[in-house]
Design a protein around this ligand. Structure first.
Ligand SMILES: [Zn+2]
Ligand SMILES: [Zn+2]
Ligand SMILES: [Zn+2]
Length: 702
């Protein structure tokens, strides 16, 4: 018997990624992998995609037939189906969740029920008779019948039971239509611009290529030329960006030149808008600018995938299922489709760059022809104990006098990151997460940034009853207030996830901007004279093997965007190799030192890092089960370095403990199936332990 495996839209059945349905005679020609179908499930009708077709002999369960094939809904290509299978296997994601992640939103089924009287005579009540008469030779849709005759379902049911009327179902597909075309750029350009690229790049594209181009604008021009090459050959182009803001900025650049509309695809679109892009991509030649999600769009004839800022850790999608690394997925899709993949970067990830050394990937490199002057402030020598050092203050004043703007990057939210009792040293902690509460001066409240818990600032210390407190550390709010007081005639602005900006353009009018990494996209303003990295150590000393790399790359990315003259880096570690390499702008110095470290500690690219996250209310349970999991893995693979179970950061969130096991797999021995099996087999009966498997991490907090 020929059956299809169907993955349903939005209908999760535990333990079942797909259901089997038979293929009726009438669909033998049209039924194919990747086609949308309507199938029965209990008494309802469901949308789904045919995931596979196979022969099975005498199934032991009942197999219902597919009801219809929906040619209207764009099909998924076979490489795309294979990509989803691969992601679910490689990263240990459920196939159902991964498939649903890529299914189009904005389509629904509506089941219409039609009623008609039969040619029969039965006894009936007055109410029933009224309906019966209305339905003689007159088929009516349920809703309009109920409305016009004000009947209830029970009366209809009674008539059906008596056999006086009959029902018929019709399935209607509802495709939501967007009201606003925000997903579409305005057509502005009329020519193809006049940039030229090194023809060498096109030759190199037989393999995946790493475009190591330090200046963002130069990189954009190169992308444009690559796009033009493929577009003029009738191909579609997919651009992937780590943030919505960066894709919009690139869209503004592109639409100045291209003589057609480009499409945006990201999580801020409505269902109807996303569905429009989904449909266009499958039917027309299109240029789509997307966040990671676009890697799963079906395309009519995709020519090339271009991933910008491949080094950006925002591509590490591990928050929820499906968990994956966007760069790895882009390369995989390129391989499955047989098309080139371009990874662009101002400062490539260690893993990608390392692959170019072995020619698994080609390298094209173009250094920066201008760069800002970098001044490193040694905070150990700053005797003022002020919020800002003397040199920075002098430079801020100088820039304000010359009508140049100043940006300050600080990655700490709130006013004070912690409040401490002066008598006994107690630090106020969130009762649910055991992390320090952050004081917010404007709202006069202490907040937990992990769970949202809030409380009023203390009157008395709960430990020693003391009543004098230190509002310790410096957050964006404190720095902002300090600057407002200091420069009362300057327009000072704060940008972080806790301030709502009514209108983003006010950023252009500010004299001083204080903010978290959200300021990154605004640094291309030519009126900026000075950028201060408030404390590089905040980035550098996050306990993650990748934090030197992430810090170096972030600053290099900023330098690639930044058009200002000077950059001040404040640090207590001026001799750190990241600071030294930044100061002389040497990727090579950084790379050599970093590779040595990675090699000696067995981190990527010399191994793959896998993580098992364990979560439970009961800490002992985690340690017991976690311990068993570790010894089981050690038993199988004696030579691998396995760490943990060790507390993960934050260690206690929303009343649950969190631990992690880290595996350094330098022989490529471990796969997700094995880890999943070990976790499941070592679970105690009735255990509530939740485990999450993360394969092949590019960063990890230890
Ligand atoms: Zn806050
Ligand atoms: Zn105290
Ligand atoms: Zn909390």
């Amino acid at each position: 018997m020929r059956v299809s495996k169907v993955v349903l839209f939005d209908t999760y059945i535990p333990e079942k990624d797909f259901l089997y349905y038979s293929i009726p005679e009438e669909f033998t020609e049209s039924a194919d992998i990747g086609k949308a179908v309507v199938v029965p499930l209990k008494k309802s009708r469901k949308l789904g995609y045919i995931w596979d077709i196979e022969e099975i002999e005498d199934p032991e369960f009942e197999v219902y037939p597919i009801l219809s094939i929906l040619e209207n809904i764009p099909p998924l290509s076979k490489p795309l189906v294979r990509l989803v299978n691969w992601i679910s296997e490689y990263y240990s994601n459920s196939l159902y969740k991964t498939a649903n992640y890529i299914f189009p939103s904005g389509v629904e089924l509506e089941v219409l029920r039609y009623l008609k009287a039969r040619d029969t005579v039965v006894e009936m009540s007055k109410k029933q008779e009224k309906i019966f008469l209305a339905l003689i030779d007159n088929e009516m849709e349920e809703k309009s019948l109920k409305k016009s005759l004000k009947v209830s379902e029970s009366v209809i049911k009674a008539l059906l039971k008596k056999g006086a009327i009959e029902e018929r179902f019709e399935i209607k597909l509802i495709e939501k239509k967007p009201r606003k075309h925000v997903y579409l750029s305005e057509k502005k350009g009329d020519s193809w611009g006049s940039f030229t690229i090194d023809k060498k790049i096109l030759d190199l594209m037989k393999k995946p290529i790493l475009l190591f181009i330090e200046s963002r604008d130069e990189r954009w021009k190169t992308y444009f030329e690559i796009m033009k090459h493929f577009y003029q050959r009738g191909k579609s182009i997919l651009f992937v960006f780590p943030t919505i803001k960066s894709l919009i900025q690139f869209g503004d650049f592109l639409s100045q030149y291209v003589p057609f509309s480009i499409y945006f695809y990201h999580s801020f679109l409505t269902e109807a808008q996303s569905y429009s892009v989904f449909k266009v991509a499958t039917t027309e030649q299109a240029v789509v600018l997307s966040t990671s999600k676009g890697l799963f769009l079906p395309f009519k004839d995709l020519g090339v995938i271009i991933v910008d800022q491949e080094e950006n850790e925002f591509y590490n999608m591990r928050e929820k299922e499906p968990r994956y690394d966007s760069v790895v997925v882009a390369l995989k899709r390129g391989e499955l489709e047989g098309i080139p993949v371009v990874l662009g970067s101002s400062s490539p990830s260690i893993v990608s760059f390392y692959r170019t050394i072995y020619r698994e990937m080609e390298l094209y490199r173009k250094p920066l022809f201008y760069r800002p002057q970098i001044t490193v402030i040694d905070l150990r020598k700053d005797k003022t104990q002020e919020i800002l050092d003397f040199y920075s203050l002098r430079k801020i004043e100088e820039n304000l006098r010359n009508r140049r703007k100043v940006f300050i990057l600080l990655n700490r939210l709130g006013y004070s990151p912690y409040i401490q009792c002066q008598d006994c040293g107690y630090i106020f902690m969130c009762p649910h997460c055991k992390s320090s509460l952050v004081y917010h001066l404007e709202e006069k409240i202490m907040k937990c940034h992990y769970c949202g818990f809030e409380m009023l600032p203390p009157q008395r210390c709960p430990v020693c009853e003391g009543y004098s407190f230190v509002y310790g550390g410096i957050g964006t709010e404190k720095l902002y207030r300090y600057l407002v007081n200091l420069y009362d005639r300057a327009k000072v602005l704060r940008i972080d996830s806790e301030v709502e900006l009514q209108d983003e353009t006010i950023i252009y009018g500010a004299d001083i901007v204080v903010g978290t990494r959200l300021i990154e996209p605004w640094l291309d303003d030519e009126k900026i004279g000075l950028l201060i990295i408030y404390n590089l150590d905040n980035f550098l000393h996050i306990p993650d093997f990748a934090s030197p790399e992430k810090t170096f790359n972030m600053i290099k990315r900023i330098i690639g965007i930044y058009k200002g003259r000077e950059m001040i880096i404040r640090t207590y570690n001026p001799s750190h190799y990241v600071v030294r390499a930044l100061k002389i702008n040497s990727f090579g110095n950084f790379l050599n030192r970093e590779l040595l470290n990675r090699k000696s500690l067995n981190y990527p690219p010399f191994s793959k890092i896998h993580q098992i996250l364990l979560e439970d209310i009961d800490e002992k349970e985690i340690l017991d089960e976690g311990g068993r999991i570790v010894s089981k893995i050690k038993e199988e693979f004696k030579d691998l370095a396995i760490l943990g179970p060790a507390p993960y950061f934050p260690y206690f969130v929303r009343d649950k403990y969190r631990y992690q096991i880290i595996i350094k797999d330098n022989e490529n021995l471990i796969n997700s199936d094995f880890l999943k099996k070990v976790c499941e087999e070592n679970r105690s009966p009735f255990s509530n332990l939740k485990f999450i498997i993360n394969i092949d991490m590019r960063e990890i907090i230890t």
